[in-house]
Design a protein around this ligand. Structure first.
Ligand SMILES: [Zn+2]
Ligand SMILES: [Zn+2]
Length: 981
């Protein structure tokens, strides 16, 4: 402690001898070495790591992460960095040396926030999704590229004010975050380790392994191009960028094809020669056993020839055995590796050339000596003959190995070429980057077009607003337009049940790795097997594949009912024991109406986890499918044949075998019985068997079931999620972000007049009314952008939709008219459990009641139809989604962020963007509070609004229709099934 002032005092004098540390200085450095001090930054937060000596980076990392334990950082989701002497950010790989001046060493925790701080959308590796950071290291707030670009304008002409530190900055990409966090995630998803393994062990077998990898990746590209192309064709004139994307993908396919062909040629050449290193080595070792003896004999021969004597004693080497072993390197033979690699071949070739040289020189010498004494030739002939034989074998092996070496070289050149063409020009240090970027683009664009097809008005409005917000009073986005657009979109979607022909029924196939999901999907989606064939390999799906099928038809109208099949990667495909959590996340992301849980061994704990997730969290339906039943079935057939000693499979046998099979699969791995129906399939079985009715099992029934479900399922859960997600994105990107654009401009004008209202003071500056006016949520604001030109106030419009929102969820004070009356509140509380938030007003309730009774009357003919049950189901599904939305809207702690991001995937939206929450936790002050309160309220109102309209649309369909309930279609037994008695 006393050192400090002394140092300071002597500073001026000592500056000339600064290089010579005094004893005092030395001890202080020594002490500091023991007690490094760290300041650990995480976004705008700074915490101090208490004095402690670190001997490993892992300990330091663990302690640094523990400072922010609410964030649950680990090696997978966070990295430690520091700034080196050139002030460039570097990954921290060892414990840094203590600072000379005793100051704290600054280290930074970098991680990928679940969402962009402004629009609350997740980050990715392409285009708009790129992660940009506030360049101020003590802030580092994260924004997506889209938000930054929008605010800065096309030129870019506008300033960007960081929401967190409130400085005028230009956010930048962080290569460390991209490389070590974002790309890591995507590399795992797209099986990059497969390619890396190809390079590290170039065994002969890899020829096929590489071909498999090529085939899989090629099919992925082709399939996404097909799906994307179909979508763009149906939609609009194809944009240039889309066309470019398709041709880029096609180009890569062609390149990969060429490499595949080249490899196939090499493979057939190799097959022709059909040697392995092991074969050669075995012969070589066998022949070389005598190498030392032969050499020694030749030496003796030479002596004998020169002296003109005969070899007296063959067994003269007894005492020279050790010398022979060393001199002729006989022990090296055992060390040679039989691996099919170029390195192993080179070792053997080296050994051959050593022995060849040795033997040949002796052999030649003997021969030349004998030339002068031809009379001796006969007595030495047998020795020379032996040497010649060995030399010949060596030459043959050498030749074989050289050919093999050439082929292996060619294979490894192909692998290099393959690896190179999968890399993006700008990201050559990241394996497979081009492939991943292409697939991500195709996938995301397909998603976007789908969204646009289903919500054309809403997305059209969003695109218009995003291009130009207008400033101040001219702020264009208006709330009523948003609500009307989504209302119209939903009305059009559900009109006359057209949704069953326009909104594809989405079926996801999930399960553990290599249970034959892809084969099953090819069968179900009626895909031409010549175009899309799978080889049996470790991993055939990366992320997921989408197949849109137009081969299923409505049983009555015969019109095509589109069904989309989603083939998810297997749960165990990613080797380093991915947690079940991330698989469930993937299941949630693909968002299907129905999930097929495929399994080829007894129903496992993992399968049960997925089932429960689908049922209780996602609230979607599932069907169990036992794949590769043929093997099991054959076993039972064999058994019954043995028991009855019959030669042919008669009806009785197959029937009893089938029921045995059914009984067998209905027992889970934990010996519990499974009570729901299990469909037996054998999609991957032999093509010859497939035609026999025995081996189709339940496949046709399963297909029929799909049609029935696709026709009867109103897809409301998914529709609600899609609509809500589209509305939320519009609110976050147009209102939340748009308002910042407008006010930022205003702010800059104001700054000139030296009134500097930074973002969190903006509400005070503009006043609540200003924001309200700008958004058009004044009670008497009217629609301006809608095509039908009706003038209706937002208040009357919303009230007209008959829904209420509980007081405690609305914070901005702008939507008081949506509060339930006391009477309504009492009714809701009386009829439902207090946690249910989907509130239906009295008027609404009675209307539903009359609707139900009407429904019941209309459906009297269908004995099993229960309108009340149906309504409860619908209400339950949407009501539960509302619960989720409200639950994640205000996380109770920062730990809630992570949980909320997962919940966000499930329900399709997140509330208040990250920075507002973060700032709230770190400083206790919410940024730009009123704007966020208002936007959060908008999201809550939108959720209730959508629930009400979708419910109404749903009731309209089910009331007027011939169609039975979906639930019933789901539970009913298959009328055509042969096996059910
Ligand atoms: Zn953003
Ligand atoms: Zn900042």
């Amino acid at each position: 402690m006393n050192n400090q002032p002394q140092e300071n005092a002597s500073n001026g004098v000592a500056s000339s001898i600064a290089s010579e540390p005094t004893i005092v200085n030395r001890t202080s450095i020594f002490q500091k070495a023991n007690e490094s001090k760290f300041s650990v930054f995480c976004l705008s937060e700074k915490k101090t790591l208490n004095k402690k000596k670190y001997d490993s980076i892992d300990r330091l990392k663990a302690d640094a992460f523990a400072l922010y334990k609410d964030e649950q950082f680990d090696d997978d989701n966070a990295i430690l960095t520091y700034f080196d002497e050139n002030n460039s950010e570097t990954l921290l790989t060892s414990v840094p040396k203590p600072q000379k001046n005793g100051q704290h060493k600054y280290i930074f925790i970098r991680f990928v926030h679940p969402w962009c701080a402004m629009c609350a959308k997740p980050f990715g590796i392409i285009d708009d999704q790129l992660l940009l950071e506030c360049p101020r290291t003590s802030c580092s707030q994260q924004y997506c590229k889209k938000c930054v670009d929008t605010i800065r304008g096309p030129s870019p002409e506008h300033p960007f004010v960081c929401s967190s530190c409130k400085k005028n900055v230009i956010p930048e990409r962080n290569p460390l975050i991209e490389r070590y966090l974002l790309w890591k995630k995507f590399s795992k998803l797209y099986g990059v380790e497969n390619i890396q393994n190809l390079n590290s062990n170039s065994k002969l077998a890899t020829c096929q392994t590489v071909l498999n990898d090529i085939n899989t990746r090629r099919l992925h590209l082709q399939q996404w191009v097909n799906t994307f192309q179909k979508k763009t064709e149906n939609n609009q004139p194809i944009e240039d960028s889309d066309q470019q994307l398709i041709s880029n993908a096609m180009e890569l396919i062609v390149k990969v094809d060429e490499i595949g062909k080249e490899l196939k040629d090499i493979k057939s050449v190799m097959k022709y020669h059909s040697t392995t290193v092991n074969d050669c080595l075995e012969i070589y070792k066998k022949v070389m056993k005598k190498f030392g003896i032969i050499c020694e004999m030749l030496t003796k021969c030479m002596e004998a020839i020169e002296t003109g004597t005969e070899i007296m004693n063959i067994d003269i080497f007894g005492d020279r055995n050790g010398t022979i072993r060393d001199e002729y390197r006989m022990e090296d033979l055992a060390k040679l590796s039989s691996a099919n690699s170029i390195a192993a071949i080179d070792d053997i070739l080296l050994d051959i050339s050593f022995r060849n040289r040795h033997l040949l020189s002796k052999y030649e010498l003997c021969k030349s000596l004998l030339k002068n004494k031809p009379q001796l030739a006969i007595s030495f002939d047998s020795y020379l003959q032996k040497a010649k034989e060995i030399l010949h074998t060596m030459a043959t092996i050498q030749e074989k190995l050289n050919i093999l070496r050439g082929n292996l070289r060619a294979v490894s050149r192909c692998i290099d070429k393959y690896d190179a063409c999968l890399r993006d020009e700008n990201l050559t240090d990241i394996a497979c980057s081009k492939f991943i970027i292409l697939l991500e683009k195709l996938r995301r664009k397909t998603e976007y077009i789908e969204m646009k097809t289903h919500f054309p008005q809403l997305i059209g409005l969003r695109e218009k607003w995003q291009k130009s917000y207008g400033i101040g009073d001219q702020f264009k986005p208006k709330v009523i337009d948003l609500f009307q657009a989504v209302d119209n979109d939903l009305k059009n979607m559900f009109e006359n049940e057209t949704y069953i022909y326009s909104l594809p029924y989405r079926i996801g196939i999930i399960g553990e790795g290599s249970v034959g999901k892809t084969a099953l999907m090819i069968e179900l989606a009626n895909i031409d097997k010549n175009i899309f064939s799978t080889v049996h390999i470790d991993r055939s799906t990366f992320n997921y594949l989408q197949f849109d099928t137009y081969t299923y038809r409505h049983p009555q109208s015969n019109k095509i009912v589109p069904i989309s099949f989603i083939d998810l990667q297997g749960a165990t495909d990613v080797k380093d024991s991915e947690s079940i959590g991330s698989y469930l996340e993937l299941i949630s992301t693909v968002d299907c109406d129905l999930y097929l849980i495929a399994f080829d061994k007894p129903f496992s704990e993992h399968n049960r986890c997925c089932l429960e997730h689908i049922q209780s969290t996602l609230r979607r339906k599932y069907i169990l499918v036992r794949t590769q039943t043929d093997k099991l079935f054959s076993e039972f057939i064999k058994k019954s044949k043995n028991e009855q000693r019959q030669d042919s499979i008669d009806d009785y046998d197959s029937k009893s075998a089938l029921s045995d099979t059914r009984e067998h699969v209905s027992i889970a791995s934990d010996r519990e019985s499974i009570f729901c129906k299990i469909y037996l399939t054998a999609a991957g079985c032999d093509d010859k068997l497939k035609d026999s009715p025995l081996f189709t099992f339940d496949l046709e029934n399963l297909k029929k079931k799909f049609v029935r479900l696709a026709v009867k399922d109103t897809r409301i859960e998914r529709t609600f999620k899609m609509a809500f997600s589209a509305a939320t994105t519009t609110i976050n990107t147009c209102f939340r972000r748009g308002y910042i654009v407008s006010s930022t401009r205003y702010q800059w004008a104001a700054a000139v007049c030296s009134i500097v209202p930074f973002l969190d003071e903006l509400p005070a500056f503009f006043g609540r009314d200003k924001i309200r006016d700008a958004f058009g949520i004044n009670s008497n604001s009217t629609a301006t952008n809608t095509p039908n030109n009706t003038t209706i106030s937002i208040k009357n419009y919303l009230i007209g939709k008959n829904f209420t929102v509980s007081k405690r969820h609305l914070k901005s004070g702008h939507f008081e008219y949506l509060w339930p009356s006391k009477k309504q509140q009492a009714m809701v509380n009386g009829t439902k459990d207090p946690n249910r938030h989907f509130q239906i007003s009295e008027k609404c309730n009675s209307e539903y009641k009359s609707l139900m009774s009407e429904n019941t009357k209309a459906c009297i003919g269908h004995a099993a139809y229960t309108a009340v049950g149906q309504a409860t189901m619908v209400l339950g599904a949407i009501g539960n989604s509302l619960d989720d939305i409200i639950r994640i809207s205000v996380p109770t702690s920062a730990a809630g962020l992570r949980a909320a991001s997962i919940a966000g995937i499930v329900i399709g939206a997140v509330m208040t963007p990250a920075f507002a929450l973060w700032a709230f936790y770190s400083t206790g002050k919410r940024m730009n509070e009123h704007l966020h309160l208002l936007c959060d309220d908008l999201i809550i109102v939108a959720a209730h609004f959508l629930a009400a309209i979708i419910y109404n649309n749903h009731m309209n369909i089910t009331r007027s229709s011939e169609i039975l309930s979906f639930e019933q279609a789901f539970l009913e037994t298959d009328e055509y099934s042969s096996d059910e008695e």
